[in-house]
Each structure stands twice: as structure tokens, then as C-alpha cells.
Design a protein around this ligand. Structure first.
Ligand code: AMP
Length: 216
């Protein structure tokens, strides 16, 4: 199962990628998580990526691509992966295609999640993440049982630095300018399935699974 999830920030890619990873028993590969971890550990990748992420801009390919290639070459990706947040530009999609092609592999599905902008802003500004296990919450739509504490592991929740109002706007603009053209790119190649990303997580999940299964 080699699946790419596309959609603007706040569309629910991370939430759905986790569910799909469980269902299909392949890892979730999130470029954002990979970068945030590098920033936290202050690795060379993290130090280079930090400023771009804080401004809501895309991290340049020279900085990111090597790390993605390395991640996808790891043993746990042998049976497949759920890519979340990558590719984000046509150049990245071409790089991915080349990378998979070298191993005579191809993507099984590319699913784009459609969500209207006002919903994205309210989802992102209320989003909270568990510091330890990465579980996702929303202060209003999916609150933890105890404020700021993860239901699953009891660790603290935090708000991502780039989930603040000004950065959210910048990220949505970056999406419209740099990532939206990627939808046409996959559509022209007959690879794109589009789903409605509104509704509760299990409804959205079934829509994605239906797309994946009907594409065989
Ligand atoms: P995300 O968690 O997917 O919203 O990503 C958070 C931030 O990481 C983005 O705003 C970018 O700065 C950076 N990032 C994540 N994925 C990519 C990518 N494929 N290309 C460039 N930058 C990325």
C-alpha cells in the first residue's frame, strides 16, 4: 500500500494517515513530523529547516529530499507507506516518482481531501498534539478528557508554533500557490481521487478506504 494524502493544512491528513497506517499495517511517513523531530533534536536538517517552518514556508528541496529518500528506504517502508505532507510541489512529486521508479514501484493511490478555508482555520487554531505519542486533539471538536493531557498516554499536549493565526494564513497561501497545482498534475495523470474532508473522522476514513479499494 503506497498512498499519498493531499490536502491543505488542517484538512485532517495526519489524523487519517494514522488510521490508514493502522488499517493497512504500514508506517505513516509525515514530512512535517520528521522535520519537527529534527528541529527538536537540533540536527543539521532541523537547524536548516527551522526558520522556514516558523514562517510557514516550504523547506527547500535541497534540505528535505535526502531525508525523505532515506526514510522511504528504511526497512519498515518495504511493504508500503502512508505519505502525509509530502509531496507538496510538482518538483517533489517528480522526485518521488523517480525514487519509486528506481525500485520498479509506483503509488497505489493519491487521495486529496477537500475542506473549505474557514473550517481549516478553526481546526488549526484549536489543534493540540501530544508531546509523547503524537495523538491529535482539538480544544472544541475533539477535546481530551482532561484539559491539555493526552487520553492515551497522559503526557502534556502542546500547540504547534505554526498553528497561530498569522502563520496559518501564510501556510494556506503557500498551499494555494505551491501545492494546489499538484492536484492538476496528478489529475492529468489519472492518479487523483478527491474526497470531501468534512464530517467525523470515521466517515472521512471510509471515504478514503473506498477510494483506495476501488482503485485496486
Ligand atoms: P505539516 O506538519 O505537514 O503541516 O508541515 C509543517 C511544516 O513543515 C510546513 O509548513 C513546512 O514548513 C514544512 N514541510 C512539511 N512537509 C514539507 C514538504 N513536503 N516540503 C517542504 N516543506 C515541508
Amino acid at each position: 500500500m503506497r498512498l499519498v494524502l493531499l490536502g491543505p493544512p488542517g484538512a485532517g491528513k495526519g489524523t487519517q494517515a494514522k488510521l490508514l497506517a493502522e488499517q493497512f499495517r504500514v508506517p505513516q511517513v509525515s514530512s512535517g513530523d520528521l522535520l519537527r523531530e529534527a528541529v527538536q533534536r537540533e540536527t543539521p536538517l532541523g537547524l536548516e529547516a527551522k526558520g522556514f517552518m516558523e514562517r510557514g514556508e516550504l523547506v527547500p528541496d535541497e534540505v528535505l529530499l535526502g531525508a525523505i529518500e532515506e526514510r522511504l528506504a528504511a526497512a519498515d517502508c518495504y511493504q508500503g507507506f502512508i505519505l502525509d505532507g509530502f509531496p507538496r510541489t510538482i518538483a517533489q512529486a517528480e522526485a518521488l516518482c523517480k525514487l519509486l521508479g528506481a525500485g520498479k514501484l509506483r503509488l497505489d493511490s493519491v487521495v486529496s481531501m477537500r475542506v473549505p478555508e474557514p473550517t481549516l482555520v478553526s481546526r488549526l487554531s484549536g489543534r493540540r498534539t501530544c508531546r509523547n505519542c503524537g495523538a491529535l486533539y482539538h480544544v472544541e471538536f475533539n477535546p481530551p478528557r482532561q484539559a491539555e493531557v493526552c487520553n492515551r498516554c497522559g503526557s502534556d499536549l502542546f500547540q504547534r508554533e505554526d498553528d497561530r493565526e498569522e502563520t496559518i494564513r501564510a501556510r494556506l497561501q503557500v498551499y494555494a500557490r505551491q501545492t494546489a497545482p499538484l492536484l492538476d498534475w496528478y489529475r492529468e495523470r489519472g492518479r487523483l481521487a478527491e474526497i470531501d474532508g468534512l464530517g467525523d473522522r470515521s466517515e472521512v476514513f471510509s471515504r478514503i478506504v473506498t477510494c483506495v479499494e476501488t482503485r485496486g
